[in-house]
Ligand binder design. Structure first.
Ligand code: ZN
Length: 333
């Protein structure tokens, strides 16, 4: 975070804190808030309301009074790169991280891969009572800058048999059920990387497999020899531990508030569904399992609000921003 933004953040926290604890360091300023309408702060470098394909954005919603029971969603339009994909609108329900005094609600917006560029509106409601006032705020959605790559994989991957197609459809549907779970927040510390190795920087890459099948690479690949210990990226509950056709032996951890991490192509799984895991705990060994029959590596997916997002962008930037704000806030208290 650069210096001007930190100052801005300090001012914002002071303004909100002034009612509760008084504000010593900054002169009081008038909050530019229309009566009864929440103030939205976007943690883009420019502060502008936009989202980039595959990225996450921390947003603060400052309320004139306590903000119990706020609900929200950001509907996004998706046109999948994958073959046969249809354009569809996906409402992304929001999870809220309240400030200590309950007057600021923070949320993480996510724009899935293959999102259609354009203008959308973020919807907020005081509660789900139909007569409660609804606010909406404009957001522009922009395409990301992702490269294309040609890849040669096992033929079963580009021209799957009926059996494989049915299997991958079943795996996909099972994952949708897992990702719809809504658990309380499990993490209070910064995310860590799943291995001590480098990555291929290949999140979001547009892949053309065997010159026919097109799809987006929704995760990030890390270099990992077979048998490399894999660490949980943060605290959570194991939501899936099993075998899938593409992902092979794989594990998915629910970190709460619609944040999930998934680890694929493992050679050994060391945790079971329902188990509580700690950040940095060895949950598996890496490998080359799965129908891709690629060389050994770790494929890491991060899902926020049901969408694949850039793992490093979320873990090292957006989640870290939220933790920094929260720790500055507890310093004020
Ligand atoms: Zn991968």
């Amino acid at each position: 975070m650069n210096v001007p933004r930190r100052n801005f953040l300090g001012t914002l926290l002071c303004v909100s804190g002034a009612f509760m604890y008084g504000c010593q360091s900054e002169p009081p300023i008038q909050m530019s808030m229309r009566k009864g309408v929440p103030l939205i702060t976007n943690y883009n470098d420019s502060g502008d309301p936009f989202l980039i394909e595959g990225k996450t954005l921390l947003v603060s919603i400052t309320y004139p009074s306590r903000a119990d029971g706020l609900l929200g969603s950001l509907p996004v339009l998706i046109e999948p790169e994958s073959d046969g994909g249809q354009q569809r609108e996906e409402p992304q329900p929001l999870s809220f991280y309240p400030s200590r005094d309950g007057r600021i609600l923070r949320t993480i917006l996510s724009a899935p891969l293959d999102v259609v560029e354009g203008n959308q509106r973020l919807y907020l409601a005081k509660s789900d009572r139909p007569d409660d006032k609804l606010w909406d705020f404009p957001y522009s959605i922009r395409r990301g800058n992702y490269r294309s790559s040609l890849l040669t994989l096992d033929k079963e991957f580009s021209a799957p048999s009926r059996e494989v197609s049915e299997r991958t459809t079943r795996d996909f549907k099972n994952m949708l059920v897992v990702l719809k779970r809504l658990s309380p927040r499990q993490w209070a510390k910064p995310f860590v990387l799943p291995v001590n190795e480098g990555d291929s920087g290949n999140f979001g890459v547009k892949r053309i497999v065997n010159r026919t099948k097109r799809y987006r690479h929704g995760g990030l690949d890390f270099h990992a020899e077979k048998g490399t210990p894999i660490y949980a990226v943060n605290d959570g509950i194991v939501a899936f531990s099993g075998e899938q056709w593409v992902a092979g032996k794989s594990i998915c951890i629910d970190h709460g508030m619609s944040v999930f991490s998934k680890y694929a192509h493992l050679s050994q799984r060391r945790v079971d569904e329902g188990e509580q895991v700690k950040r940095g705990q060895i949950i598996a060994l890496s490998g080359d399992s799965g129908g891709q029959k690629a060389s050994p590596h770790l494929h890491l997916d991060i899902f926020v609000n049901g969408s694949h997002v850039d793992p490093k962008d979320f873990m090292l930037r957006t989640a870290a921003q939220l933790l920094t704000i929260e720790s500055e806030e507890s310093g004020h208290g």
